[in-house]
Design a protein around this ligand. Structure first.
Ligand code: UD1
Ligand code: UDP
Length: 380
């Protein structure tokens, strides 16, 4: 039986590991999994709420690293992960995505000659100023098992000389977040009361009314947390101005990442958000409910871009490039950057356009986690 050490630390990783851990648990005990939480995210609404809602096992190790500069945070993680790996001696280390927890886990494993399995391998923005791009590049080059979410990701790896063979497994298994949305969206719809709590239900209806084009008429949803937006006061102000303008006609709901809240306060930008409904970060079920019935979603999140696509809700990506090029090719996602005018214009265009609801799904068939576990079981 293979022993796997899974390393997580940030919000999207709790969501991704939930479906894979469940597939591991149903693998008839062919895998022993230990869960290591770096502590990168720690507020209740960025961390524990996901363990509770998604019924995740408590971490076997909580490293309590917390926030810090990139070098410091990654360095402390590296030291503490190494100590756990030396003690537990897993056969494989499993990492997700592109955060500092991902890189620290991969580096600690590589230095101990433990094979690494990377879920969400092969993504590239081709912008090396993004901390995530550095984390992805290094993790992919260190990994033995590269589980790609799309065919494009496999191609990206090929361009860097990473291919199946010579001891590496490169496989397009599909996107575990798609598995997750298929599994949880119905449960979320039953359990979440957020639409009601925020007064977003139309009168006489249980759920917001949908127009013939499949769109819901009464609110926008936004998220904002990328360093390139939050740490540049000009970009941050310009995006907030756009949300504020859009918010004059329909409510803009903004579940706010703590990093962005801090920056809005430091740069005294709260007057730019008078028409924006800022709320605390929400649980996954609440997020799925908010996404599904939004008129459109404005975001710089990777995961939220894809969820918008799977729900067939128009998405405006507040960045200059995206890793999730398939969503843009389909027409459901637009790159609008951070300029106020362009964002507002993008929303108008998106609301006018009628797109086919049956766009092809480039993210697999919702069975990515099962495929990953099937591979891991075979490891000796
Ligand atoms: C991290 C990831 C990013 C991912 C995001 C998911 C890196 C380099 N970035 O960004 O790829 O999209 O998580 O949400 O790993 N903070 C709190 N409470 C928390 C967590 C963070 O207050 O529970 C604040 C702290 O001030 C901290 C800041 O947010 O310094 C940034 O947190 P950090 O984990 O470093 O980066 P994220 O922006 O969350
Ligand atoms: N999410 C959530 N609550 C929020 C914001 C996001 O549950 O308040 C979920 C979202 O639905 C998606 C994931 O978190 O599944 C995306 O994480 P995030 O945007 O933090 O990171 P990224 O995907 O950009 O790395």
């Amino acid at each position: 039986m293979v022993k796997i050490a899974t390393i997580v630390g940030a919000r999207p990783q709790f969501i991704k590991t939930a479906v894979v851990s469940r597939a591991i648990q149903t693998s008839k005990k062919k895998i022993e999994e230990i869960l290591i939480h770096t502590g990168q995210h720690y507020d209740y609404l960025m961390d524990r709420v996901f363990f509770e809602e998604l019924d995740l096992p408590q971490p076997d190790y909580h490293l309590g690293v917390g926030s810090g500069s990139h070098g410091k945070q990654t360095g402390i993680m590296l030291e503490r992960i190494e100590a756990v790996l030396q003690k537990e001696k897993p056969g494989v280390v499993l990492v997700y995505g592109d955060t500092n927890s991902t890189l620290a886990g991969a580096l600690a494993a590589a230095k101990l000659n433990i094979p690494i399995a990377h879920v969400e391998a092969g993504l590239r923005s081709y912008n090396r100023r993004m901390p995530e791009e550095i984390n992805r590049l290094l993790t992919d080059h260190l990994s033995t098992f590269l589980f790609c979410p799309t065919a494009q990701a496999v191609q990206n790896l090929l361009k860097e000389g990473i291919r199946l063979g010579r001891g590496k497994v490169v496989k397009n298994v599909g996107d575990v977040m798609y598995d997750s949305i298929l599994y949880y969206s119905k449960i979320a719809e039953i359990k979440s009361t957020i639409l009601k709590d925020l007064g977003l239900l139309t009168p006489n209806s249980e759920l917001p009314a949908r127009s013939a084009g499949g769109r819901t008429p009464n609110y926008y949803l936004a998220t904002l947390h990328r360093a390139e937006n939050t740490d540049d006061p000009k970009r941050l102000k310009s995006i907030l101005k756009a949300l504020n303008e859009i918010g004059k006609k329909f409510p803009v709901i903004l579940p706010l990442h703590p990093r962005t809240r801090k920056m809005i306060s430091i740069h005294r930008l709260s007057k730019e958000t008078q028409n924006v409904k800022i709320i605390e970060p929400v649980s996954y079920f609440n997020m799925l409910a908010l996404e599904k019935y939004a008129r459109a979603i404005l975001t710089d999140s990777g995961g939220v871009q894809k969820e918008a696509y799977w729900f067939r809700v128009p998405c405006l990506t507040l960045r200059d490039e995206t890793e999730w090029v398939e969503t843009v090719k389909s027409g459901w996602n637009r790159l609008v950057g951070a300029e106020t005018k362009r964002i507002i214009q993008g929303v108008h265009e998106a609301m006018r356009e009628i797109l086919p609801m049956k766009a092809p799904n480039a993210f697999g068939n919702g069975k990515a986690s099962g495929k990953i576990v099937d591979f891991l079981i075979k490891i000796r």
